[in-house]
Design a protein around this ligand. Structure first.
Ligand code: ZN
Length: 318
């Protein structure tokens, strides 16, 4: 269990030890941005889809058939469109499944895995980790890993916490599970090694960002005043600028999307045009998150974690 730090009292009255310990709990250590990408590629492109489907209303304890149907859309329309698009461009991606979503759509998980895409851990039912004790969070993630292993035919090597809600216990649980990487924390544009209490952990962080997340721009909640406020053309412009920056700096462009958001008729085209743009700039290494993490680990001479990762599909450079 993560070390207890006394955070009672006003933050401005905390001791230096307290605020240093809080900051050092899961902190960016050395950069794992490699000097080179496979086959002389200019940058790495890591596309991911968080296949939440019905689990967002379920997590909220919301029995609304309307909200649940919005999630089901992700499986019925979103994933088929995404799979077709990725196949057309011969681009691999990573799909992160809450276990309940995977159990509701077992054929989908099997088909996505058979396409050569990575299946990663994304909670049990999209629960918020910061609501949980260490024991409960650990148990749910272990059970989730077992479900995905059974459905996808191979053990997941990476985790993306639901809602990027990385708790004070998450890093320790990732280590205990022997995972290769996490993709929830945001201290850099490019991969880095996580440290705990100032000590290297061997766990690779593949940092996402809200800027590179379709949900931020497209989410909608009828009763909370949350409305999509950005047209797809503007989201495309933002994602393209993020990619161009990664290409210029020879870094990683990591994009998080959701089938029930990006999969709509008015939005899927932006992903198509984005991939076309990346290919037109050239020398992009399209890879799963696991492949990017493995490459960075090997280039840095980082010792493999105990959960040995296997790549399903070889790297493709375009
Ligand atoms: Zn999610």
């Amino acid at each position: 269990m993560s070390e207890k730090i006394d955070v009672t009292g006003k933050p401005w009255e905390w001791s230096e030890t307290t605020w240093r310990c809080l900051v050092d709990r899961a902190r960016a250590g050395r950069s794992l941005k490699p000097a080179n990408w496979p086959n002389g590629a200019r940058c790495a492109v890591a596309l991911s889809f968080d296949a939440d489907h019905e689990t967002i209303p379920l997590r909220d304890g919301d029995p609304s058939p309307m909200r649940i149907s919005q999630g089901q859309y992700g499986s019925r329309q979103g994933v088929p469109r995404i799979r077709a698009l990725l196949a057309r461009h011969s681009v691999p991606a990573s799909f992160f499944y809450p276990a309940v979503s995977a159990l509701l759509h077992p054929e989908e998980v099997r088909d996505v895995a058979e396409d050569g895409h990575e299946i990663g851990i994304h909670s049990w039912i999209h629960e918020k980790n910061t609501d949980l004790t260490y024991q409960v969070e650990r148990d749910l993630n272990l059970r989730a890993a077992d479900v995905l292993t059974r459905l996808a035919g191979r053990r997941p090597v990476g985790m993306r916490t639901a809602s990027w809600d990385f708790s004070v216990h998450t890093l320790q649980i990732i280590q205990e599970m022997g995972l290769l990487y996490d993709s929830s924390l945001m201290a850099d544009d490019d991969p880095y090694e996580l440290t705990a209490g100032g000590q290297p952990t061997g766990i690779i962080e593949l940092p996402p960002e809200w800027i590179r997340d379709d949900a931020v721009y497209f989410n909608m909640n009828r009763f909370a005043g949350l409305r999509p406020y950005t047209p797809p053309s503007s989201v495309e412009e933002i994602f393209r600028a993020e990619f161009d920056g990664a290409w210029e700096e020879s870094g990683v462009f990591l994009l998080t999307m959701h089938p029930h958001h990006i999969g709509h008729r008015s939005r899927i085209g932006l992903l198509d045009r984005l991939i076309q743009h990346m290919k037109s700039r050239g020398a992009c290494w399209f890879a799963t998150h696991a492949q990017v993490a493995e490459w960075c680990r090997d280039q840095a001479g980082l010792l493999p974690s105990s959960g040995k990762s296997e790549s399903r599909s070889g790297p493709s450079t375009r």
